[in-house]
Design a protein around this ligand. Structure first.
Ligand code: SF4
Ligand code: SF4
Length: 501
């Protein structure tokens, strides 16, 4: 007799006094949880297939459904939590690497929540953003260190090309393939309407989205999928992805099932073939090699585009960033260990890397100490959840931030963390046509615009409260932050004082 040790994680609770057997939940669930029994004349549910994406709950016209966490439990054991026991069972059945999606869910210090923001009182008046101008426009790239003059004595006004954003928020890299065409369309349209940028990720740029080029960051990752001259020239900036927070030190793997015709054309790889990007860039083994790639990309694009180098937040991040700043890159993107992604090996996601707050503070400090902070801008990412996180990130030294998970939530994601299965019931992390159709790109774009607009309002309010009227004045202004419940060591790395000091 085959025994199934991996119990269902969730239970479908159906209120039969409400259910009208309309079978909508059955039609809407790509995981095949619900079915109608002709014999019993009632709906049935297979709990073991439920990923708790809430699609059925949201579409049920009778409000007859709820999903609860299964009460099945192992005997309490602090050393062997239920989750770990289930993982051992699963691996002993499959022999495979555990996969997860959408970032590290484990408890760990969230430093954003251990920092409090200042507000002006009495002598340094606050600013009312409704009545006074408040500048959120942000320029990313090299900043001139001093005024320079041309041979005729006139001021030199040409600067190294950079990115201009209406607000210091960008949509982080999510490739076409890992997310759907409609999700990409929504991100592109929203970025254009907002005057910010979205990022192609490593999947190339679908021909329909070239029209959004001035709001697009085109990525060059180790697999070089979809990279060609027109692609590089299409974007407003080019990002070299060395690493990402959810899976530092390893490459990417998009299963062949997601490489449908359009994705295959965009990535320039055969349909149905797994897209495996190598762990390292095979042409980068030193800062000099990185410099060569930075300048090859600049050469290809006529020195008209800034180059971003994205790295995962890891132990020696300050020294790494210093090297990147000297490689000729214009912007460094640092991705913290809580960053989300379509699919990542669970062990790597949960155990490798460091929180972006600590990485950001130490990078900003190191670049200042070395007198090269103006050579590069810094984008911080990896679980930025609200406008308060944005304010704290900028005060810690970021010029702008990347949002990924929050953007997907705005598109309707319910954080069921099963993107790797390719059956996203909300039409986001899937290439199945029937599912993709569920996401209306126009509506999605509007929701993204609303989210970023709301965060920008809050950003202005918080800056006004501090008596600050521009992002430029907030950047690296650690006096505006105080720590709460942090050790001296942590305060020291963050470069902030404790509350009350
Ligand atoms: S969608 Fe709701 S009402 Fe319709 S069959 Fe499912 S549980 Fe019943
Ligand atoms: S994108 Fe879809 S599959 Fe991924 S976590 Fe969100 S709802 Fe679940």
């Amino acid at each position: 007799m085959k025994v199934n040790n991996v119990y269902a994680e969730f239970e479908v609770v159906r209120d039969f006094s409400r259910c009208i057997n309309c079978r909508l939940c059955e039609k809407q669930c790509a995981n095949g949880v619900h079915c109608y029994s002709v014999e019993k004349k009632t709906m049935l549910a297979d709990d073991s297939k439920c990923v708790n994406c809430h699609r059925c709950v949201a579409v049920c016209p009778a409000r007859a459904l709820k999903i609860v966490k299964s009460e099945l439990t192992f005997r309490g054991n602090a050393n062997w939590p239920d989750e770990v026991i289930k993982q051992v069972y699963r691996q002993s059945e499959t022999g495979g690497v555990l996969l997860s999606s959408m970032g590290n869910p484990k408890e760990g210090p969230i430093y954003w929540d251990k920092m409090l923001v200042n507000a002006s009182q009495v002598t340094n008046p606050s600013i009312d953003p409704l009545r006074e101008p408040m500048e959120t426009r942000t320029y990313l790239g090299k900043k001139p260190q001093r005024m320079e003059r041309n041979p005729d004595g006139s001021l030199r006004l040409e600067h190294t090309p950079g990115l201009e954003l209406s607000t210091p928020i960008l949509f982080s890299a999510m490739s076409y393939g890992s997310i759907s065409y409609n999700a990409h369309a929504a991100l592109a349209r929203a970025a254009k309407e907002l005057g910010i940028c979205y990022n192609t990720g490593e999947g190339g740029l679908h021909e329909d989205f070239y029209q959004y080029g001035s709001n697009t960051i085109v990525q060059v990752a180790s697999g070089r999928f979809g990279v060609h001259k027109d692609y590089l020239n299409a974007g407003a900036a080019i990002e070299i992805k060395i690493g990402q927070g959810a899976k530092p030190g390893i490459g990417g793997h998009l299963p062949g099932a997601k490489i449908v015709a359009d994705v295959s054309k965009t990535r320039m790889i055969p349909e149905g073939a797994d897209a495996i990007s190598p762990a390292p860039h095979h042409d980068i083994y030193s800062i000099e090699d990185l410099r060569q790639l930075v300048f090859s990309l600049k050469e290809t694009t006529g020195y008209a585009k800034p180059v971003i180098v994205k790295v995962a937040a890891v132990h020696n991040i300050a020294a790494i960033a210093s090297g990147i700043a000297r490689s000729g890159a214009d912007i460094i993107a640092i991705d913290g260990y809580r960053g989300g992604t379509g699919a990542a090996p669970t062990r790597i996601r949960d155990n490798i890397g460091i929180p972006v707050e600590l990485a950001l503070a130490s990078v900003d400090e190191r670049l200042r100490e070395e007198g090269i902070r103006g050579e590069v801008s810094i984008i911080a990412g990896g679980s930025i959840r609200s406008s308060a996180d944005v304010v704290k990130a900028i005060a810690l030294g970021a010029d702008a931030i990347y949002i990924g998970t929050a953007a997907l939530l705005a598109l309707g994601c319910h954080l069921c963390r099963s993107c790797h299965a390719g059956k996203c019931n909300w039409g986001i992390a899937t290439q199945r046509e029937d599912l993709v159709k569920r996401l209306d790109p126009e509506e999605g774009a509007q929701r993204l615009v609303h989210l970023v607009t709301a965060w920008t309002h809050e950003l202005k309010e918080m800056m006004g409260g501090m008596g600050i009227n521009s992002i430029e004045a907030l950047r690296g202004n650690r006096l505006m932050l105080r720590g709460i419940g942090l050790t001296d060591r942590e305060l020291n790395i963050l470069g902030i004082k404790h509350a009350g000091e």
